[in-house]
Structure formats: C-alpha cells, structure tokens
Design a protein around this ligand. Sequence first.
Ligand SMILES: Nc1ncnc2c1ncn2[C@@H]1O[C@H](COP(=O)(O)OP(=O)(O)O)[C@@H](O)[C@H]1O
Ligand SMILES: [Mg+2]
Length: 359
Amino acid sequence: MTNIGDYQLGGKIGKGGFAEVYSGTDTRTGERVAIKRLERSSFNPDEQIKREIQAFRKLDHQGVVGYKDHFITPRYVYICMELVSGGELYDYLEKATKFEEERARGYFRQLIEAVEYCHAVGLCHRDLKLENVLVAANGRLKITDFGFSKNMTRAAPKTVVGTALYVAPEVVLNNGEGYDGKAADTWSLGIILYLLTVGRFPFNRGHVGGVGPGMNSRQQDRFRTDNFRAPAHLSPPLVELLRQVLVADPGHRATIEQIKQHPWYTEDGRIPAAPAPIVTPSKAARSVSVEDSSASPAVAWDVLDSPKGDFEQPEEADEPQGFDGFGSDSDDEDDWSGCDVRNQPAGLLDQFSDALRFR
Ligand SMILES: Nc1ncnc2c1ncn2[C@@H]1O[C@H](COP(=O)(O)OP(=O)(O)O)[C@@H](O)[C@H]1O
Ligand SMILES: [Mg+2]
C-alpha cells in the first residue's frame, strides 16, 4: 500500500489528458478522498502544476471540487481533493444520449453558479467540458480540473488553451493580445448546454492540429462560425438562449449575468436565478494574497524529502516562486512559444475524436 503523506493511495478512478486520479483514504480520519497524480515532466511543467494548485486551493463552493492537500515527490505531484463518487457528467449524457430540457436546466444552473463563483474569485477555468464536470452522490454537479485555469486579477489571459470542441473562437483566433476569460468560459458553457439538450456538438472544428500562429486560414475559419443547427425538438426559448451564448464575437455574447435573467434559465421567472456570489473580503484576500503557509501546515513540497522550492524560477519573476509562496501568478510563458499541441484521446461520439487539447 502506497502512502502519500497522511493519505493511502487506492485504485485508479479517472484519467485525463495530463494526470491519473486515484481513490484514497485519509489515514487520520478514514475519510475517502480523490488523489490526482501528475507526473513532473516537460508535458506537465512544474510551473503549470503549481498554478493548478494555486487556483484550486482558493476555491470554496459547493459546485467546485474541494481541494485538501498536495504533496510532491521527485517524480510526481499528488493533489488530494474531495472525492466525487458519481463519475463524469460525460458518462451520464452518453447513456441518456440527451437530456430533457428540465434536467439540462438543473445542471446548467449549477454550472453557471459554480463558474460565476470562480469568476468572482478572479479565476477563469478555461477547460469547461463534460469530462471535467463530476456528479456527486446527491446528484449535484462539481467542477474539477483547474489545470488550465488562470488568475484574471492581474492580467487578461492570452495563452491558447482548452479543448478544441469547447474552446471559444477568440481564444484560438487571438493574436496574443489577450481575451476575456469570463466570456471564453461562457462560450464553453454554451457548448455544454447544447450537448446536454441535443446530444452532439454544435460545431465541427475538424482536425485542428497546429492551432496557433501556424494555423492556415481554412483551419482558422473552422473557429469563426457560430451558426449552429437547432433541432426542432428544442423549445424556442432554449434556442434563443443558445443563440445569445454561442456568439463568436465575445463582445456580443451573453454574460453570465444576462444568462441568469433569461426566461429559459428562470423558467419564465418561476425559479429565479440565485443571487451573484458574495466573495467576502477575507476570501477575496485569501484568493489573491501570498499564501499564509501557517494556514495550511500540511501543505509542502518537501513532505516526501524533495528539496523545497525546487521548481524552476521563471526568468522574469520578481516575487518568490517557491511552491509554498503562491503570490505571483505571472503569465510569463503566455506566448505562442509556450504552445504545445497534442492529441486528446477519443471519446463519446465520433466528433469527440477531433478533440485536441493544447496549451
Ligand atoms: N475529485 C474527483 N473525484 C472523482 N473523480 C475525479 C475527481 N477529479 C477528477 N476525477 C476523474 O479523473 C479525471 C481526470 O482528472 P482531471 O483533473 O480532469 O485530469 P486532467 O488534468 O488530466 O484532465 C476526471 O475527468 C474525472 O473522471
Ligand atoms: Mg480534465
């Protein structure tokens, strides 16, 4: 039996493009947890893993998987978190093909509230998709995987990251001048809403290998369209909402605030939207300040005898970048040279095989 700090590692329960996730047990309390294992390599640079933890640990919301702890060994970083036992929303949709609008609305409202919270804390997720939405035992949804998330409080995101079939057009088409992380997440939520109610993707993004500066105009054109087909079974209000969200121009795309006022979302006012989250000053401070290491005594890179702060320092970093000093969320490598295009394993439908993930 492998022990990671105070956690005992169990069997594998999930796999993404970057990591494997195992069940685990907190040996102090017997509590079951999930443990994400990221191999430290050029594929998963330390700087990237650090950001994931940095973002993840500031979140505290019922619609977001709860962070618990992290550990580092010379080969791996382990992120311990709340175990979500129901699996991915992806599997539920695959079984059902598509959901009734009422069920989809319940799910969509939860996602909107969770993402609205992330934005209120200053984070955009940038990889919202069915595989990163988990279903808890009580049927509620929880967003996971902050591997691509970005702190927006210092600078707008620029890097091309995401999954091709979910990524907003402006993320792919931007020429390094940056994009609005909130609007980009909102697009992905629109894709999810379409998937939940139609059972397939609204747009064919084709094979998009080479996303980035080398992309030819035909490849780019695949990301320009926002003209999707609305099947006849969709209710007119839902089609209207989808047409307001899946707008290629982020300046004309509905905001989360506007989505929450839409008649489909509120069922004609019968279920009013939840109020915007209030991020208390203490939470806001916690979310943007340099970490107080005394607040999380178990958190350390050196738990397993790895030298502390052995992450490479970004060249221009002017703030401490040790793993316990989460102060700076610099986007130093936020340029094309940092982009690295790779394949995402195929999934659900044929069109899923076109999914590429890039960062
Ligand atoms: N807290 C959790 N509880 C249960 N399963 C999880 C949890 N977090 C992730 N998983 C499963 O593991 C998969 C991979 O985790 P994820 O964080 O998305 O890794 P990657 O960064 O490689 O995409 C998820 O798609 C999901 O199926
Ligand atoms: Mg994932």
